[in-house]
Every structure is written in C-alpha cells, then in structure tokens.
Design a protein around this ligand. Structure first.
Ligand code: AMP
Length: 306
C-alpha cells in the first residue's frame, strides 16, 4: 500500500565534527521517502524553487517514489543550516530560509487522495489539517512536529492531533507539549489529546513507543562512527511507516517490528552526510541490521529464582 508524505524538500548546509556540506539534498519529505520507499511505494507532496536540480531526486524516482506532487515555483528552494556540537546530540540551527516554502499550500493530486498511510512531516499544523481535509479515508495517519509549532500554534496543533493515530516527537517536544518531564506521564497526557500511539525519540538512547496496550522500547544501534545526524528523525519515521505500509499489518507486533525498522533506518542515515547512506542502502543490509537489533535485545528468562 502506498504512503503519502507532505513536507520539506531542502538544501542543507551542515557542519559536524566530522566535516561539512553546503547546499546538500535534505528536507523531511526527502529523508522520509528515501527510507519508506525501501518497503513500499511513496507519493511525495512538497515544493522546490527553480534553482533546484531535479536530477538530485532521480534516485527517489527509481525507488518507486511518485514525484507528481512536487511543485516547482519561481524563487529559491527552502534552505536550512545546522551545526552539531561535539556530543552530536545537540545542534544549533544556523539559519532557516523558507523561500518558496513560506507560501507552501499543499495540493494533494487526485491520484494520491486514496492513500491509506499518511505522514505529515514537520510543517505548520494548519497545513497538516489542510492535507487531512484533502484525503479520503486513511487507515493510519502519523505526524511529526517541533517546538516552534508547540509554542506558536498550539490550538491548531491540538486540532490536528485529534485526527492523528501516531505522534512522533523527541523527548523535549513531548515534555513541552504535555508540560510533564516524566516521559510516561507525558505520553499518557498526549494520548488524551488524540493519538493512540506516541513515539518518543531519545537520540542515542533509542525510542519508546506508548500504546494502549504497553510500552515498547528500541535501543539506538551502537555505532562506532556517527557522522551526520541530520534527518535521522524523518528517516526513522520512513522506516516505521514504510514497514507498516509494506506489510499491511497494524497489530501490536507489527508496530513493534516497525519501531525496530525505524531505528535501523535511522542508524544508516547518520553514518554518512546528507542522503548518501540511505540512498545506497540495500534490502540485505536492512534485513541484517534488523536481525542485529533482535540479537542485541534477546535474552532467556532466568532459570534460577532469587
Ligand atoms: P531532523 O534532523 O530529523 O530534525 O530533520 C532535519 C531536516 O529537516 C533537514 O533536512 C531540514 O532541511 C529540515 N528542516 C529543518 N527545519 C525545518 C522546518 N522549519 N520546516 C521543515 N523542515 C525543516
């Protein structure tokens, strides 16, 4: 089943302790599509300026990403800059130039309106609502947001959350949205706002998934060389939604496997700058990393009683 993603297509200027890139391909919708298309077809809706070289997205087309929803407008493409601190867990945004993204009004092509799986990447909650008003009857809607919208557009965010099944946020966003520093309490409060599944990402400490039934935790893959964390969150979302759409299952077991596929895809993303690693990753590599996660977290119940 295909997935609809709506979000940024960007040119990123990023500096980490391991090097830097300027105007490299990025954007939430691109990271998401690159990862999700390893599992299922993707329909992308976004906007670029007339300075954007469309051949940069050829690899997505070859991975079964439909780009008919990508508009080209007169003007410059959205640009974002970030610089990572030595711990690689924290970063400063050096600039955000919205350019053509500032007047982005997502238009969902007729051919995408029956998409059953929807990922609303980090854009204004009003626009996320607008997207939901243009689709027919989705089976699973997931949403990402950020501090900026929690601070500045809370009523709109609360409105769209009522129609969302899965919320993906990091720990500081969960805290800010709920007013709770304890993540278990935070997740329960956010569930009361609408989404039945809350995924809280904790960078190098993995991701926690809260559903009605239980809490499930996926560790982050223990990497020796983390080169560029940009896009890890969107790549995680791509692996998560991609697996669910590709397998067609929405059981609690499917959600658990999806969380591991999300973590596996994010672990590839951070190994190289920009989209380089996610672009080249093979099905065999994904399967073997998934199995490594399984092995890392397996243990036998104790036979002794203490
Ligand atoms: P992440 O590292 O998962 O937060 O995602 C980083 C990606 O999000 C980069 O490729 C940026 O181009 C994009 N991005 C950064 N700020 C924004 C924003 N305000 N709206 C939409 N996309 C953004």
């Amino acid at each position: 089943m295909s997935i609809l993603v709506v979000g940024s297509v960007a040119l990123d200027t990023v500096k980490t302790p391991f090097g830097s890139v300027e105007d490299a391909l990025g954007g939430a919708a691109v990271y998401f599509s690159a990862a999700a298309s390893c599992f299922a077809p993707v329909n992308l809706v976004g906007v670029v300026g007339d300075d954007f070289d469309p051949s940069q997205l050829e690899f997505l087309r070859q991975k079964n990403v439909d780009l008919r929803g990508l508009e080209t407008k007169l003007g410059k493409t959205f640009r974002w800059g970030g610089i990572y601190h030595d711990d690689m867990n924290t970063r400063d945004t050096t600039f955000t130039r919205l350019n053509v993204f500032e007047s982005f009004q997502p238009k969902i092509p007729e051919a995408y309106r029956d998409s059953k799986y929807i990922f609303l990447a980090n854009i204004a909650p009003k626009l996320q609502l607008d997207v939901l008003n243009q689709v027919n009857s989705p089976e699973l809607v997931a949403l990402d947001t950020m501090n900026y919208w929690i601070e500045g557009s809370l009523p709109d965010l609360q409105q769209v959350l009522r129609s969302v099944d899965v919320l993906l946020v990091n720990d500081s966003e969960a805290e800010q949205l709920s007013g709770e520093s304890n993540l278990v309490k935070a997740a329960r409060k956010i569930q009361a706002m609408g989404p039945r599944v809350i995924i809280i990402k904790k960078g190098e400490h993995g991701a926690m998934m809260f559903s009605d039934a239980a809490v499930f935790w996926a560790p982050a893959y223990p990497l020796e060389a983390l080169v560029d964390p940009t896009g890890a969150g969107d790549t995680f979302a791509g692996g998560f939604m991609g697996y669910l759409a590709g397998s067609g299952g929405l059981s609690s077991e499917s959600f658990r496997r999806a969380l591991i596929y999300g973590s596996a895809m994010a672990s590839f993303c951070v190994e190289k700058f920009s989209l380089q690693r996610v672009q080249e990753v093979s099905g065999d590599e994904i399967r073997s990393r998934f199995n490594e996660f399984w092995q890392m977290t397996q243990f036998e119940p104790a036979k002794e009683s203490y």
